[in-house]
Design a protein around this ligand. Structure first.
Ligand SMILES: [Zn+2]
Length: 60
């Protein structure tokens, strides 16, 4: 089942949504997005954990 996480889920005021087949896929998309859209130069383990916790199964 596809997984999804939105920037809002991690407390950002942003409409970005990452879709992926795996947590790793989504984490990579979020890292890219955080760097380019939020000027987050370093993806901390804490942030990655926050994203991981917010990932949910996509509604069909
Ligand atoms: Zn965002």
């Amino acid at each position: 089942m596809a997984k999804v996480v939105s920037c809002k889920d991690v407390g950002m005021d942003c409409d970005f949504v990452a879709h992926g087949e795996t947590e790793q896929d989504i984490l990579e998309q979020c890292a890219d997005h955080a760097r380019t859209a939020h000027n987050m130069t370093e993806i901390t383990a804490e942030f990655a954990e926050k994203v991981r916790a917010a990932i949910r199964d996509e509604a069909a």
